[in-house]
Design a protein around this ligand. Sequence first.
Ligand code: MN
Length: 756
Amino acid sequence: MAMVDGTRELEQLTEDGAAPIGWDGRSAREMLEESERLFAETGRYHGLDDLALKAGDPIGYEKLFSRLRGGLVTARETALNISASPIVKEIGELCFALYTPEGDSVALSTGIIVHVHTMSDAIKYMVRQGYEENPGIRPGDIFCNNDAMIGDVHNADVQTIVPIFWEGELVGWAGGVTHEIDIGAKTPGSVPIGPISRFEDGIDLPAKKIGSDDELWRDHVLAGLKGTRTPMYWTLDERTRLAGCHMVREAVERVILEDGLDTYKRFVREVIEDGRRSFRSRIKEMTVPGRYRAPGFTELTFGKEEQLPSYARRDGMMHAPVEIRITRDGVFELDYEGASSWGYHSANCAPSAMQGAVWVQMTQTLICNDKVNDGAYFGMRTNFPPGTWANHSNPQASTGNAWFFLIPSFTGFIKSISRALQARGFVEEVLAPYGLTANAFQGGGIDQYGNQSATTNFGLSCVGGGAKMVLDGLDYAAAMWNPEGDMGDMEMWELIEPFLYIGQRVKPNTAGPGRHRGGSGYEALRLAWKTPFYEMQNIGNGRVFIQAGLWGGYPAAPLYRHNVRNTDFLELVERRAPYPVHEPDPADSELARAVKGDHQFDIETVTLPEVMRQGDLYLCPFRGAAGLGDPLERPYESVMSDVDGDHLLPRYTESIYGVVPGDPDGTERRRTELREERGSKAVPAREWMKEERQRILGHDMIEPVQRMYAESMRLSERWAEEFRSFWELPEGFDFPVATPEVDLALQMRSAAGTEG
Ligand code: MN
């Protein structure tokens, strides 16, 4: 194998549209159609039977994969230095991937790998839509996409996609994504809760050609400067993505120069089929077939938001009846049948976002140590019914903060897989549900330099990790969407946000209790500084547990809001009087006692932006994760060390854990009493169900809950039938609430000819 230093000059095609760009004289679209036909006919990627390259030269095969993968990781680690955004540079919210000409992923870098499949969808869209003929796909071209309905999670995730050519043939695509700090939406930041339609989601680049001959087109660059509140970050992030894509292209060119085009072509097919097979065998080896269910929920409370139009000014609930089925021959099926409706808010998802989430969860569980590529996608079946929040199917709906429902719902995925792993004995792999990546400290206005700016503080990528079967959850270091959680440096955030950190530390009682507790969240107290106005949001859960723990473990706590305006904080500082730096116990709050001002101290945890000024205080509490196993089984020493480490407030040692501090023997006696108390309070499940059934029959629940179930029933006959038969409800039972979003969704479904 020869080593080469340089690669090649940019290739020039002879004439416009002279020849198809696919292999063997075909167009890219013909290649995609053939690939899909072969998969449908054989169930194998490209109909491959023998993995001849792998079988004939297993070491060479592994080396080839490692070189491509190395090229991708190098591209990421190098290119992120071009960015100035802390989200990209410090926290690493970017990734690069390599695709086949048809758009199937071959290999990916580290980073926010949720996007490996979203970019696949975007490439397939361009191929299907005939971009080859118009606007053309040529060497040196640059494409950009951030449209969730084409292939993305939300507008903030901006993709750059570059075709890779070899002697007139399209041999693949390089793609890169960064998460922008502001996207020019109706409200500032990158996960805007505020838009209620697509027209408010900000910069809109639905798979656009933005450059040629390796240069970004000037009109696109200039438009970008006007499109966001943070044009410098936008511009540098774009250059980051482009540089990375070009590095990936060079890595591919090196491999082709060294190993030949034929080997490369065979390799990219085989490695995806290999990925599919290894996913299948992993499912067979590590799980027990069956049907696993774990519904997730979230609240979205807009009823108080007077600036919203009446149809959007409502309190709502999301329902995600997650079901995973694993068949005897190792097919993995993920079913969202019965999900509640899309809505007039920014928390809607397109299927691409859901597939992205499947990816990022799989790589943290079942396929964490094998070849990761679209093979797993081909080994799976999914159902995201149109009209639900998980597949809004509405060309006008907003997806600005698709994560807001997606994150809670995928706790059901982790919980289900954990049960399947536990059943097979892989207990070290088990995880209780992770924390909601919230609170989002997000806003915009005039910063400490007098400039217009915006921020989303990605300290939220360090919430609690779920409890394990053998260990406690990871404390303030996890994000379900990025397996390399990093909160960034406070000094970096203070550089770009007009808010000083007064304190940052672990937040007690955020972890879900259990034999093993969930990971704790943390909190930051921020002081608005040198800003005449900056409008700030709170985004998180305050009323609803997103998911219960595992096997008797408790859910993680929802949290609250504590913001103080018109404070005397600066006077306290002037007088050198003591001031609070955190709020370990909201029931005994020094922040409430010591600081005068207008306190928002409540459970309104989803808000539209509200103005803060110099001297105002913002408490930013990050969530913890769920526990595993009965808290009464947690060792005495572990509970005491939780108290010492500020993970648990002392007054909860007994009520939750039955621990009498300083008295291990008394603890055992107390735990026996508590078990007896539990027994005396318990009622048989049948009787409890009788009472619940009466509540359902009498519609004895708040309107948002009734509407949530009504949406599920009206969008899915199958789910409605199961709900009615489980609760032994009369035929045709429904809730007396209007669901206008469902009416529209059903209308769209019948127009599109798709049934749920
Ligand atoms: Mn994003």
